[in-house]
Design a protein around this ligand. Structure first.
Ligand SMILES: NC(=O)c1ccc[n+]([C@@H]2O[C@H](COP(=O)([O-])OP(=O)(O)OC[C@H]3O[C@@H](n4cnc5c(N)ncnc54)[C@H](O)[C@@H]3O)[C@@H](O)[C@H]2O)c1
Length: 288
């Protein structure tokens, strides 16, 4: 019996619930949203699929789930330029979430932006092992990076570390191509604008995040032990601590089984340090 809890069943949380059920990954969904009409509609819509999955809307049942996805809170609109701008709006939601999850023994996947800071905040407020808290975003950024590499005729392994935001760090050194600084910065600039292109057109990103969150859920449930770019609370890795940031992490049933420390080139190392400083400042809001 595998139970997946999702707090916030808006665009991303709702689609993740559907995909996880449709792929047969879970036996039970525990879903909750503060907006009651949406919650009821999402439950009905899921039930109308006929998929054999138990559905609960009892928030107190979330702490007994195997995996918990935090997807509640304010998303970006075209007026909200960066994910970091969502911090003040979503801190109270993260606090509420941590209260629901007291003594949670499962794996937390943080989606709500600014995702890295919120992942750190949940870890801190819940007082759990850092291996239980996985921040989602790096897989999506990496998929976008792969597309841009294809477009410039330099396909190859695409990994994005750093912040899920303006300070993301695409690893050009791992692509198998020589990419000069100007071209790196041009691709990075496109990557920074990738989700806003979708938000402007359809009001929010849905398929991309929901698909990759579901693959992360699968990696945990099936104990796949694969290395994925995920935000992890750091304790000296990459010279950083006091923050959660995207790094290559081995993911399995217990959450983060290990963090790999890859050699970065000087451009990447500098970007990683900038990302750590930027996210670290946001994380201090949770140290009060
Ligand atoms: N990490 C990523 O890659 C990634 C990708 C897409 C979106 N996001 C982020 O995920 C979050 C959700 O995005 P979305 O597009 O699904 O937004 P959405 O507005 O469609 O859904 C958010 C839902 O959260 C609910 N909510 C708000 N406060 C709540 C609370 N205290 N308890 C329960 N539910 C609550 C709202 O009623 C709403 O239904 C945003 O912060 C967005 O920026 C992250």
């Amino acid at each position: 019996m595998t139970s997946l809890a999702i707090l916030g069943v808006g665009k991303v949380g709702g689609e993740t619930a559907f995909l996880s059920a449709a792929l047969g990954l879970v036996d039970e969904l525990v879903v909750y949203d503060v907006y009651e009409p949406l919650l009821q509609a999402q439950v009905l819509d899921l039930q109308h699929t006929g998929i054999d999955v138990a559905i609960s809307t009892e928030p107190a049942a979330m702490r007994d789930a195997d995996i918990f996805v935090f997807a509640a809170g304010t998303p970006r609109t075209p007026d909200i330029k960066t994910r970091a701008d969502l911090l003040e709006a979503n801190i109270p939601v993260a606090k509420r979430c941590s209260e629901l999850l007291q003594e949670f023994g499962g794996v937390v996947i943080t989606v709500t932006n600014p995702m890295d800071a919120n992942n750190y905040g949940l870890w801190k407020m819940m007082g759990v092992d850092r291996r239980q808290c996985i921040g989602f975003g790096g897989q999506l950024d990496s998929a976008r990076f792969a597309r841009y590499l294809d477009e410039v005729g330099k396909p190859g392994p695409a990994w994005v570390l750093g912040e899920h935001g303006e300070h993301q760090v695409p690893l050009f050194s791992k692509t198998g191509h020589s990419v000069d600084i100007d071209e790196r910065e041009a691709i990075l600039s496109r990557m920074r604008g990738a989700s806003m292109e979708v938000i402007r057109g359809k009001g929010g990103t849905v398929f991309g995040p929901a698909y990759h969150i579901t693959m992360l859920v699968r990696a945990v449930i099936e104990d796949r032990r694969e290395v994925l770019p995920c935000s992890c609370v750091l304790d000296g890795e990459y010279g950083l601590s006091g923050c959660s940031i995207g790094v290559p992490a081995r993911i399995g049933r217990e959450g983060i089984l290990g963090i790999e420390e890859w050699e970065l080139d000087p451009w990447e190392s500098a970007k990683m340090a900038e990302a750590g400083a930027f996210v670290g400042d946001l994380c201090r809001r949770f140290d009060d």
